[in-house]
Write a protein that binds this ligand. Structure first.
Ligand code: ADP
Ligand code: 5GP
Length: 200
């Protein structure tokens, strides 16, 4: 088992989904952890692809049934990571990618200490605002809330293994690919390797 896990966190609009698409083109064994959320789908989002979109009642029922590895209340909506699919993806030696907030990052690291994490952000708050506006997926009030939340999230930056300041997309893409490729050199099975070293 390689135990390859990469947690992506950072302000909404910093480029996590965009950079995830870069990883998807490069690695054919990716498993993206599809979270469950009570927020409404954005234009173009599909149930079961970006998120499992559920009602608050359904979400609270899943909490009760202990189905989540972790869950958090972010931007006035619930978001949670289900346990079972992650355990299955681990057994299949997939490269597991999470897109979670800073609370989710802490919980996942607690569960899986071998997981590596990247905090993705923009060079300034003004650039974040411009990106959120150009995405055209949120109204002005929602954008304001997301920026407010971003100031808080920036306080957690030191907890991460890597930081990508997503200014130029080509440079940021190179960085995330380098980090993802480096995982196979960190979480290796020393026991299995040593067995192969006793053949002569
Ligand atoms: P997140 O998933 O973190 O919320 P997105 O990946 O949706 O962020 O990116 C927010 C917006 O910024 C999108 O419209 C995306 O196309 C754009 N974007 C991402 N990276 C860059 C970049 N380096 N330069 C310019 N625009 C970018
Ligand atoms: P968005 O609404 O922009 O898709 O996501 C808002 C925030 O919720 C982002 O910071 C995203 O990383 C976070 N998020 C998405 N899914 C989960 C999850 O399952 N758990 C936690 N803790 N945060 C999540």
């Amino acid at each position: 088992m390689h135990k390859n896990m990469l947690i992506l966190s950072g302000p909404s609009g910093s480029g996590k989904s965009t950079l995830y698409q870069i990883l998807k083109q490069e690695f054919d064994n990716l498993y993206f952890s599809i979270s469950t959320t009570t927020r409404a789908p954005r234009k173009g989002e599909i149930h079961g692809r970006e998120y499992f979109f559920v009602t608050e009642k359904e979400f609270l029922q899943d909490i009760k049934e202990n189905k989540f590895l972790e869950w958090a209340h972010v931007h006035q909506n619930y978001y949670g990571t289900s346990k079972i699919p992650i355990e299955n993806a681990l057994k299949e030696d997939r490269l597991i990618i999470f897109d979670v907030d800073v609370q989710g990052h802490r919980s996942i690291k607690k569960h899986y200490p071998f997981a590596k994490s990247i905090f993705i952000t923009t060079p300034t708050d003004m650039i974040l605002k411009q990106r959120l506006e150009s995405r055209q997926s949120d109204d002005a009030l929602t954008i304001q809330k997301r920026i407010q939340n971003a100031y808080e999230e920036m306080q957690y930056i030191h907890e991460f293994d890597f930081v990508i300041i997503n200014d130029d997309i080509n440079q940021a893409s190179k960085s995330i690919l380098a980090i993802a490729h480096s995982l196979s050199c960190t979480n290796f099975d020393a026991l299995a390797l040593n067995k192969k070293w006793k053949t002569i």
